[in-house]
Design a protein around this ligand. Structure first.
Ligand SMILES: [Zn+2]
Length: 433
């Protein structure tokens, strides 16, 4: 699918309390400021505006989200594919992107008498994968999933931001199904979104069903639309979800469900979408052999669960005010020796945590303990383990949690086991209650 990026960034309503170290009247969450302060991403004029560089800590967050997207895709019955970011201009002429969105696409590159384009979407590639084999009704639905890079020829990217960029990395699935399978596939898509949002702590503001209006210009026959819209509404109703009916808001090629979320400033944006498409199957002449032996046209569904990594991470930075749940935190555990003689033991504890799969770090006693704890709180690190002479004799640490709690005498085994458990379960909770 092809969507325009939002004009401005957005963030959530009831986000968790800010870390105790944050100044009382700190400015509202802005992903550009936090991204800079927490060293998550950067831009360089030499590389170009709207082309962010993901720094190591930002890359950790993105990698965790990509892992979630991949797991969710497999769980949702999808097959993973990889397709190139470049294709001949002819592909996008066939798909219709060139006629409709050429102004938003980078100009073609001439190579050996052929023209290549940085793709605006990966749907055409997935249509080709579907078309590469003879399909029967028994093979359907075919669900192809890819976290792919796509390009927008934005005239001016917002420098330092993730919300208006020239390359997006989109979690995108294309489902090819029979017309009577639409309701099931819509329900699967919406369920995948809800599962991920529960994990990520994102509240849905509302579901919006964009339907065909009274105006013309819609592709496909009226009966197909009526049936598809009925299946979309039924899928939402079966899931017990209220939705806003939006007649006249559908794209010319099919109805869709938008999942609307609200940022901390109260602005609404669309992160996830389940979009029906009667157009691409026509344009690529896709078919499947029905039970009667006759060739039929499949419906294509664009299922964007986690959205673009740029848009999602911008949203989450603001939603959490930089205090990510342990599974997303770039550094999960910081071990601090009280003084230099405790440094060796602190390094050993960090090493044990790393062996257990945690992102653990250790800083030397280069400043007062309080100054180092403050710095760790500023980085929103969820767990800080302090090791002094008292702890050294007992294989324990003094644990400081990001929410301000302090627990003395926590054994290293308990610390590592419990944090690893919370991380494995992608828990939003800091535990230790
Ligand atoms: Zn698509």
């Amino acid at each position: 699918m092809y969507t325009r990026p939002p004009a401005s960034p957005a963030a959530p309503a009831n986000h968790p309390p800010a870390s105790p170290a944050a100044p009382a009247n700190h400015p509202p969450a802005d992903h550009r400021r936090l991204g800079r302060e927490l060293r998550l991403f950067a831009t360089d004029p030499l590389a170009g505006a709207g082309l962010p560089l993901w720094l190591p800590d930002g890359a950790v967050i993105r990698a965790e989200l990509e892992r979630l997207a991949a797991e969710e895709a497999v769980r949702g019955g999808c097959q993973r594919v990889y397709t190139p970011v470049l294709a001949k201009r002819a592909l996008f002429e066939r798909s219709g992107h060139w006629a409709k969105f050429a102004d938003d696409m980078f100009p073609p590159m001439q190579v050996g008498g052929e023209e290549f384009i940085l793709r605006p979407a990966n749907c055409p590639h997935h249509a080709l994968i579907y078309a590469a084999e003879q399909r029967s009704f028994r093979d359907l639905p075919v669900r192809l999933s890819e976290l792919g890079s796509m390009f927008r020829s934005e005239l001016s990217g917002v420098l330092g931001g993730l919300s208006r960029v020239r390359q997006i990395n989109l979690d995108d699935t294309h489902v090819f199904c029979a017309p009577w399978q639409v309701q099931d596939e819509i329900a699967r898509g919406v369920e995948a979104v809800r599962r991920c949002y529960r994990l990520l702590g994102i509240d849905v503001a509302r579901y919006r069903l964009s339907r065909r209006g009274s105006g013309g210009g819609h592709l496909g026959d009226a009966g197909l639309w009526v049936d598809a819209e009925r299946q979309l509404a039924a899928a939402l109703a079966d899931l017990g979800l209220d939705f806003e009916d939006a007649p006249g808001e559908a794209a010319f090629y099919g109805p869709k469900i938008d999942v609307q979320v609200t940022d901390p400033a109260g602005r609404e944006e669309t992160l996830s979408t389940v979009q029906l498409d009667f157009n691409q199957p026509e344009r690529f002449d896709l078919g499947f052999i029905g039970s009667d032996g006759a060739s039929q046209r499949p419906v294509m569904i664009h299922r964007g669960v986690l959205s673009a990594m740029e848009r999602l991470v911008a949203h989450l930075i603001e939603r959490y005010d930089g205090a990510f749940p342990p599974w997303l935190a770039p550094v999960q555990l910081l071990v601090l020796p009280v003084a230099e003689p405790n440094a060796e033991r602190a390094r050993l504890v960090a090493g044990r945590a790393a062996v257990a799969g945690l992102r653990a770090d250790c800083v030397s006693a280069d400043a007062t303990l309080n100054a180092r704890i403050r710095r760790a709180h500023e980085r929103r690190i969820p767990y800080i383990a302090v090791i002094g002479d008292r702890e050294a004799g007992s294989d324990a640490v003094s644990l400081r949690l990001r929410d301000g709690r302090r627990l003395d005498g926590v054994t290293v085994d308990r610390l590592i086991l419990q944090v690893a458990d919370l991380v494995a379960g992608r828990s939003a909770d800091l535990g230790f209650r």
